[in-house]
Design a protein. Structure first.
Length: 187
């Protein structure tokens, strides 16, 4: 089910329409909470991530139109997932020392997260332009599937051929990303 299908409904989200917010909290938040709780989080952290994601989407929509190629529900879920993975990564880097602490400004975090999300959207868009073979090959490569398994799966003659094919697909993806006019603004 698509929660939000067009720009007028995104406008409702921007304007804090109670029905739109209620629908999002009722249908999507439970899924986010389950995901975060399964990944070392708490219910309150899920609430915070969900609210941060909605805030980022609203800020981004006010700055420029949002182009969503999948469902809005999926888009919000990916934003929440990225925020949670970043939070988990930050937790790993925290040093427990009473004399030293770091101050983070919320504004900097929001800007960084929006940039990260826009980079991810650009990457996904360009990945979809590749051949099905390249998409499947890069998916295995990014998931760190061993070359020996890739050779068998794609019926290559040896690991060197698989390595060369991955290299060509990565280069094609990189060229597509770099040729997009949004690239310069996102680096």
């Amino acid at each position: 089910m698509k929660l939000i299908e067009n720009n007028s409904q995104i406008e409702k989200l921007i304007n804090n329409d109670p029905e739109t917010l209620k629908l999002l909290y009722h249908t999507l938040f439970p899924k986010i909470a389950i995901y975060i709780k399964r990944n070392k989080g708490t219910y309150s952290e899920a609430e915070e991530v969900f609210q941060d994601a909605l805030f980022q989407i609203i800020v981004k929509a006010k700055l420029s139109p949002i182009k969503i190629t999948s469902s809005f529900e999926g888009y919000i879920f990916v934003v929440c997932k990225n925020l949670w993975l970043k939070e988990l990564n930050n937790k790993k880097k925290l040093v427990r020392n009473d004399t030293v602490f770091e101050l983070n400004t919320k504004d900097d975090d929001v800007i960084k997260n929006i940039l990260h999300q826009e980079r991810w959207v650009l990457f996904e868009e360009k990945l979809e332009l590749l051949t099905d073979n390249c998409k499947a090959l890069l998916k295995d490569f990014f998931n760190k599937v061993p070359y020996s398994v890739i050779v068998k799966k794609f019926k290559y003659s040896c690991e060197n051929v698989a390595f060369q094919r991955v290299f060509k697909c990565k280069k094609k993806l990189g060229d597509l990303v770099k040729s997009d006019i949004r690239y310069k603004n996102l680096i």
